[in-house]
Design a protein around this ligand. Structure first.
Ligand code: SAM
Length: 228
C-alpha cells in the first residue's frame, strides 16, 4: 500500500504524461501510477546500487517492464531527449538536494512541462531555484503522515516573483493556512528559538550574529503569518 505522501504526489501527475521519477528507490510511485491507469510510460532513475536493484525487482515483480524503464544514473542524466519526458517527479529528499539535481540537469528538461517536487525539508530552496530558472508554482500542498510533515510543489514553465514570506511558506500554502501548515511553522519556530538560546550562550562572532539575525527574522515572519 502506497504512502499518503506518494499518493498525494501521484495526484499531481497529469494524466497520460510520460514521467521520470528521479531517486525512485523501490519505484513505488511509477508502479502505482501505471497500475492505476493514470500513465503508461515512466522512467525510474536511481544513482545508488541498492535502491536501483530494488526498483528493478519491484518493476519485474509487478510485471511492468514494458511500461517502466529503470535506469542507473545521477539525477536527470537518465533522461534522453528521445524519451519525450513531460513530467519529472522528485520526492523524499531535502529541498537543497532536489534543487541541485534540477540545476545540474537543466539541459535535460527540454521536453518537460511539469515538475512535481516533494521536499522533506527546506522547500524554500526549490522556490528559489524555480524563480531563477523561470518556472512558476501552479499548486502546492502540505500533509502530515506518521508524525512527519511534507510539502509538495508543482511547477510549470513561466516567470514568478515571490516575497520573502511567500518564499519561506509557499505562495499558495500561506493563503490557506491549514492545521498542518500551522503545526509545521510552530514546530520550526520553536526549533529556531532553541537554537537562538544556544547562540546566546556562546561568544558572538560575526557569523553567529548574522545567523542570529536570520533566525530572528524568520521567527518574526512566522509570528506575523500565524497571527494575521
Ligand atoms: N522517491 C522515493 C520516495 O519518495 O519514497 C525515495 C526517496 S529516498 C529517501 C531518496 C532516494 O534518492 C534514494 O534512493 C537515493 O539513492 C536517491 N538519490 C539521491 N540522490 C540522487 C541523485 N542525484 N540521482 C538519483 N537518485 C538519487
Amino acid at each position: 500500500n502506497l504512502s499518503e505522501r506518494l499518493k498525494t504526489v501521484a495526484s499531481f501527475v497529469p494524466e497520460n504524461s510520460i514521467i521520470a521519477d528521479i531517486g525512485s528507490d523501490h519505484a513505488y510511485l511509477p508502479c502505482y501510477l501505471v497500475h492505476s491507469g493514470k500513465i503508461s510510460r515512466a522512467i525510474a532513475g536511481e544513482v545508488v546500487k541498492g535502491p536501483f536493484e530494488s526498483a528493478q525487482k519491484q518493476v519485474k515483480s509487478e510485471g511492468l517492464e514494458k511500461h517502466i524503464d529503470v535506469r542507473f544514473g545521477d539525477g536527470l542524466e537518465v533522461i534522453q531527449p528521445t524519451d519525450g519526458v513531460q513530467t519529472v517527479t522528485i520526492a523524499g529528499m531535502g529541498g537543497p538536494l532536489i534543487a541541485a539535481i534540477l540545476e545540474e540537469g537543466k539541459e535535460r528538461l527540454l521536453t518537460v512541462e511539469t515538475l512535481i517536487l516533494q521536499p522533506n525539508i527546506h522547500a524554500k530552496a526549490i522556490r528559489e531555484w524555480a524563480i531563477n530558472n523561470e518556472w512558476k508554482i501552479i499548486d502546492e500542498t502540505i500533509l502530515e503522515e506518521h508524525g512527519k510533515i511534507y510539502e509538495i510543489i508543482m511547477l510549470k514553465r513561466g516567470k514568478m516573483t515571490l516575497t520573502d514570506r511567500e518564499l519561506l511558506f509557499g505562495p499558495i500554502l500561506i493563503n490557506n493556512k491549514s492545521v498542518v501548515f500551522e503545526k509545521k511553522w510552530i514546530n520550526e519556530s520553536n526549533e529556531w528559538r532553541r537554537i537562538l538560546d544556544q547562540f546566546n550562550k556562546i561568544n558572538f562572532t560575526p557569523e553567529v550574529k548574522q545567523k542570529k539575525e536570520e533566525l530572528e527574522h524568520k521567527i518574526a515572519l512566522v509570528e506575523e503569518a500565524l497571527n494575521a
